[in-house]
Design a protein around this ligand. Structure first.
Ligand code: ADE
Length: 266
């Protein structure tokens, strides 16, 4: 079976997965720790992305070059940009854009020079599998946790995620990012600091890529407070449950739409 790389933005997201590995082996590369093993029947390699686009690109490249990852699945947290996106919801990425890419007037704003594109798409088959895993996990979560009636159940969104080397911690900067993207007909649901870099590396190598982010804050003036609390309380549990559900789907249908080499994969 093909090797699946599970990339986590946060240590809290990786801990629970590491505990479930069988035949776990740690390998050091590029100043990073990688964990190899079997996760419920699937060969996996676990890694922490680190923070920011360059660090995440190095981790993704190492996963592909040194560990032969055939597909990469990325989890983490993000700030909400979309009006209907709330703390506790999850956003499955369809595409990524770098909100801080600007080589104008040499290239159109947001376009990655020499690629002739601003957005990098995730693999449709792998993304559908991840979205299914998210929907089932959220439904189970809802059954186990009785929310107060005024709190809506966590929703699963799917769409564009914007990445940049900046924590968005004021409502003004959040509006600026949204308006800049909107002026180029892009409506991002969430903002974080790594996904677009990993999407670009996967594009370069033809490696299938899917990503999900749990919303930790509204990318506003209190984002840093919400972020810290959310990471400790919820993010790790969400990521672990979503990924175990996702791996079960992959193992049940290894030749499914996300199989390496199948049209649409990579
Ligand atoms: N990750 C989680 N929240 C974020 C924010 N507000 N800005 C950038 N990355 C984030």
């Amino acid at each position: 079976m093909a090797t699946t790389a599970i990339l986590s933005a946060l240590e809290q997201e990786q801990q629970g997965l590491r505990a479930q590995l069988t035949g776990a082996r740690q390998v050091q590369r590029a100043g990073r720790e990688f964990w190899l093993g079997d996760l419920h029947g699937a060969p996996v390699v676990l890694a922490l992305s680190r923070i920011g686009k360059v660090a995440a690109a190095t981790t993704a490249t190492t996963l592909i070059e040194a560990f032969g990852a055939d597909r990469i699945v990325f989890t983490g947290v993000a700030g909400a940009l979309g009006p209907d996106v709330r703390v506790g919801d999850v956003v499955v990425a369809s595409h990524f854009v770098q909100h801080d890419m600007d080589a104008s007037p040499l290239f159109p704003r947001f376009e990655v020079p020499l690629y002739r594109q601003a957005q990098f798409a995730c693999d449709p088959g792998l993304t559908e599998l991840l979205a299914q895993a998210c929907r089932q996990t959220m439904a189970q979560w809802q059954q186990q946790h009785t929310n107060p009636p005024q709190v809506p159940p966590p929703a699963v969104h799917q769409g564009l995620i914007a990445s940049g080397d900046r924590f968005i911690g004021t409502a003004q900067v959040s509006r600026d990012v949204q308006q800049g993207l909107r002026a180029h007909a892009m409506h991002a649901l969430a903002v974080e600091m790594e996904g677009a870099a990993v999407a670009q590396v996967c594009h370069d190598y033809g490696t299938a890529f899917a990503a999900v982010r749990t919303i930790s804050d509204r990318a506003d003036d209190i984002a840093h407070v919400d972020f810290a609390q959310f990471v400790n309380d919820v993010a790790g549990v969400y990521a672990q449950r979503i990924l175990v559900n996702f791996i079960a789907r992959l193992v049940a249908d290894p030749g499914g739409p996300s199989a390496p080499g199948r049209p649409g994969a990579g």
